[in-house]
Design a protein around this ligand. Structure first.
Ligand code: PLP
Length: 411
């Protein structure tokens, strides 16, 4: 059991989580939970309001970052653009609805509340376990759907999506996962959104950006995205307990009375929050206090400005170190995702994943089993409160474990 770990000058309690979640959080995020607050207290109601607004405001920041990346830096232009984006139509078109529960609850709430009526149909574009989970949800809810499957080690192919939509215009909703956390593949959700609305302008386009929101820019407007879900405990670095739905208002407001479950009714949740600022049912108060601190860390303390570079650096250190140790990635080099990496089980007869996992765990380093169907893999994430020193320490531990297990990975 690992108590307090000192790494690179940072103090953390517990183990280092190189997983798809739950993920590590900063000391101040954990500390923010050390108090009780009533769900009707002004402090809590204000916290919820703040969180909802900040998430929508972050979207304008994403657009701004994309504009800055696409143009040469010009301070006047940036100032003007920021003003337009934070005051403009873009922000008032969307709302943020926190939902109690893990990410799957948010995914399910979107299907439940905005899913098709019996005359409609969902097109699920899937290339991994979380896309397949959407299928399971639709099956259980008895929603009409068609699932288009793509290889797990490739992105969803735009031209095939075009062909599907050319042949069949009966879809009323299209859903896709942004970062397929089962492999690490990043799907081109913005280009797919353009195609979806070209063929089906009135449809609902739903993106599961659970493990990428905050760290990989997504332009909701450009991508024509109507519903996007993420979790408090992924790249925004809060603790688990609730998830977030970003909804285009005009698509949400027509969902009134559609849900067949009470707790997952997105419209009802939205209306409750708008009317009284309160949740309908017991909210994750401590997680929300932590999330407020996480957003402060993200937006005001500079994490947002650096997160892409820092996660990419984590990933590069991991990539280089794992290659030196002799591990092979599941995805080919053209996939440049920087959230999580799947590694193939080494061919060495001494390799046993349970033992490998346990020995690393004993050193306070938590990795994760694979989730792809077609290959035996394990996964190493580099998101959450992780930094280059953490990645280097993990690599030292991995090297020690390879020696302890007598693995000879390099030919
Ligand atoms: C892309 C994606 N969708 C959905 C989920 C499900 O989230 P949860 O396990 O929080 O329910 C995850 C979890 O990692 C995910 O990565």
């Amino acid at each position: 059991m690992v108590g307090t770990v000192f790494l690179g000058g940072r103090v953390t309690r517990g183990k280092k989580l190189f997983t798809p979640g739950p993920l590590g959080t900063s000391h101040t995020v954990k500390k923010a939970m050390l108090k009780d607050v009533g769900s009707r207290d002004v402090e809590f109601v204000d916290t919820v309001k703040y969180l909802r607004n900040e998430i929508i405001k972050m979207q304008s920041r994403v657009i701004l970052n994309l504009i800055i990346m696409a143009t040469s830096f010009n301070a006047t232009m940036v100032d003007n653009t920021q003003e337009q984006l934070t005051c403009g139509v873009e922000l008032s078109d969307f709302t943020c609805i926190p939902m109690q529960g893990s990410g799957t609850y948010a995914v399910e709430s979107v299907f439940q509340s905005a899913g098709p009526s019996p005359q409609g149909k969902v097109l699920i574009l899937e290339n991994g376990a979380y896309g397949k989970r959407m299928k399971k949800i639709c099956e259980l809810m008895q929603l009409p759907f068609f699932i288009a499957s793509f290889p797990e080690n490739e992105i969803v192919d735009l031209s095939r999506v075009e062909k599907i939509l050319e042949k069949d215009d009966s879809f009323t909703m299209v859903s896709i996962v942004h970062c397929e956390t089962s492999s690490g593949v990043i799907n081109p959700v913005e280009s797919i959104g353009e195609v979806v609305k070209r063929f089906l302008p009135d449809s609902i386009y739903f993106v599961d950006a659970m493990s990428s929101f905050g760290a990989i820019p997504i332009d909701l407007e450009k991508g024509n995205i109507d519903f996007l879900v993420t979790s408090a405990n992924k790249c925004l670095e809060g603790v688990p307990g609730f998830s977030l739905v970003i909804a285009r208002l005009n698509k949400l407001l027509v969902c009134e009375g559609k849900s067949r479950t009470l707790s997952l009714d997105l419209f009802d949740q939205y209306e409750g929050l708008e009317k009284s600022g309160q949740f309908r049912f017991t909210p994750a108060t401590h997680s929300m206090l932590a999330f407020k601190q996480a957003l402060h860390q993200f937006n005001d303390e500079g994490r947002a400005d650096n997160i892409i570079r820092e996660y990419q650096e984590n990933r590069e250190i991991l990539r280089k170190g794992m290659r030196e140790l002799g591990f092979e990635e599941f995805l080919d080099k053209s996939h440049e995702g920087y959230i999580i990496t799947s590694y193939q089980f080494p061919k060495d007869p001494n390799f046993d994943f349970t033992k490998f996992y346990q020995l690393l765990n004993d050193k306070g380093q938590v990795i994760y089993p694979g989730k792809v169907l077609d290959a035996e893999c394990f996964r190493i994430g580099n998101i959450g409160h992780l930094f280059p020193d953490d990645m280097r320490h993990l690599l030292r531990c991995l090297s020690d474990v390879c020696k302890e297990m007598g693995l000879k990975l390099r030919s």
